[in-house]
Ligand binder design. Structure first.
Ligand code: C2E
Ligand code: MG
Ligand code: MG
Ligand code: MG
Length: 294
């Protein structure tokens, strides 16, 4: 009996011994407890029209207010949440929270009804049966118009479900939700996918934006992505704009929308409310103002 118990405990120890440096954190139970204790929070980053710097949308980005570890980045817990399946309840919380916040901003000013709030969706959420019905229910429960909700997903998150991806995306889109392909250029970036998937927005990954000033080739890649979006009738958003140089180049190349630290970092909803009160929701010109709203 005792021997069997010892043997049964062996495999786990064995795995640990193979990965001595891998901290198995967070575990599924940590994530569940965090959800129960309401430790997750959404920050929002403005998306601006590059010509006017008007805030046209906001990207919701999750953080974890951990009692000991402080503000934990999604990079440090989304992978574990995906693996354990906890991403489903966490994702539901995020969608509901974003929908409620949309309503709060609308109540602050009815003109904010033109804002679109985009929520990131991971592969596991996309694979979920009846996703469109589920999102529709969340919208109805909060009384949010589908025009105000956007969903972002990476191309690679569609791959496991390639057969039904077009159908699922079509279902979401027929609700009136806009769909963005996130981190474009880092995944498969297959032209046939881009052509057959009903995405409204293409987001240029910040790794390309970051290298733009390095030389002619990175610059031409960004130019080509912008052109591709134009040909396919998609809006284009450049991610991770940090410098005035990048801002200037993107505008010159005809990129319509962008987001990045140059304009504003992701911040709590209450701080976003202040930015939304700027006349015309226009952020200051970074050419003139030495600091962005951070
Ligand atoms: P993403 O969707 O590509 O989000 C953009 C990331 O770039 C965010 O990181 C944002 O804070 C960061 N960023 C924005 N502007 C700049 C800039 O000018 N410079 C630099 N260096 N970074 C910038 P964050 O918030 O750490 O999120 C990382 C990723 O985690 C997101 O990438 C997204 O894939 C995922 N994520 C965030 N929130 C959620 C969520 O609610 N659900 C799911 N499934 N994934 C999420
Ligand atoms: Mg995103
Ligand atoms: Mg992205
Ligand atoms: Mg990313």
């Amino acid at each position: 009996q005792r021997l069997r118990r010892i043997c049964a405990s062996q495999p786990a120890r064995h795995v640990q011994a193979f990965r001595p440096n891998t901290e198995a954190w967070p575990r599924s139970a940590d994530l569940r407890r965090a959800l129960e204790r309401r430790e997750f929070v959404l920050h929002y980053q403005p998306e601006v029209d590059l010509a006017s710097r008007r805030i046209v949308g906001l990207e919701a980005l999750i953080r974890w207010h951990h009692p000991d570890r402080g503000l934990v980045s999604p990079m440090d817990f989304i992978p574990a949440a995906e693996e354990s399946g906890m991403i489903l309840p966490i994702g539901d919380w995020g969608l509901a929270e974003a929908c409620n916040q949309i309503q709060v901003w609308r109540e602050e000013d009815p003109r904010h009804g033109s804002l679109r709030v985009c929520v990131n969706l991971s592969a596991r959420q996309f694979l979920r049966e009846g996703l469109a019905d589920h999102v529709e229910t969340l919208l109805m429960q909060s009384g949010t118009s589908s025009r105000q909700l956007g969903l972002e997903m990476t191309e690679s998150s569609l791959i496991p479900n390639m057969g039904t991806a077009v159908e699922v995306l079509g279902g979401l889109r027929s609700l009136g939700i806009s769909l963005s392909m996130d981190d474009f250029g880092t995944g498969y970036s297959s032209l046939s996918n881009l052509h057959s998937f009903p995405f409204d927005v293409l987001k240029i990954d910040r790794s390309f934006v970051g290298r733009m000033s390095d030389g002619d080739q990175p610059l031409q890649i960004v130019r080509t992505i912008i052109e591709l979006a134009r040909v396919l009738g998609m809006d284009v958003v450049a991610e991770g704009i940090e410098t005035r140089d990048q801002y200037r180049l993107l505008r010159q190349m005809g990129c319509r929308y962008g987001q990045g630290y140059l304009f504003a970092k992701p911040m709590p909803a209450r701080e976003i409310s202040h930015l939304l009160r700027l006349p015309g929701r226009v952020l200051p010109d970074p050419e003139c103002a030495p600091t962005a709203y951070v």
